[in-house]
Design a protein around this ligand. Structure first.
Ligand code: FES
Length: 117
């Protein structure tokens, strides 16, 4: 993320406010007209596009495996939630959005240039 510029959007005042399921720790939210999947794993929040880069499966309907990868519900491709690597080896890449916990809430960053803001 070094050198990249972001527009930051506040998505909640605390992690408890996010609609994450207790069982899977996943949810889909809409931020500035973009659909985003949020995931909670080991008390950390991760954010990435709602749809899988392979064929558009809704990642919030998938699950997080024991290594902390998001697993797509459609064809079970796996992605590292920190760097977006397709760890099951099909050659895709999942965009990862940075998440920051600040004093006044949780923020998600979109690279500048994606939106006219
Ligand atoms: S759509 Fe996600 S693995 Fe195919």
């Amino acid at each position: 993320m070094e050198g990249k510029k972001y527009n930051w959007f506040r998505i909640a005042s605390s992690a408890e406010e996010l609609p994450l399921t207790d069982s899977g720790g996943l949810c889909e939210i809409h931020v500035n007209s973009k659909s985003v999947c949020l995931a909670k794993y080991n008390d950390k929040i991760f954010a990435f596009p709602a749809k899988c880069p392979h064929a558009g499966g809704y990642l919030s309907n998938g699950y997080i495996d024991v290594q902390g990868n998001i697993v797509c519900p459609l064809h079970r491709y796996k992605f590292n939630m920190t760097n977006g690597r397709n760890v099951s080896g099909e050659g895709y890449y999942l965009k990862i959005y940075p998440v920051e916990i600040r004093a006044d809430g949780i923020y998600i960053g979109f690279e500048k240039g994606w939106f006219n803001v």
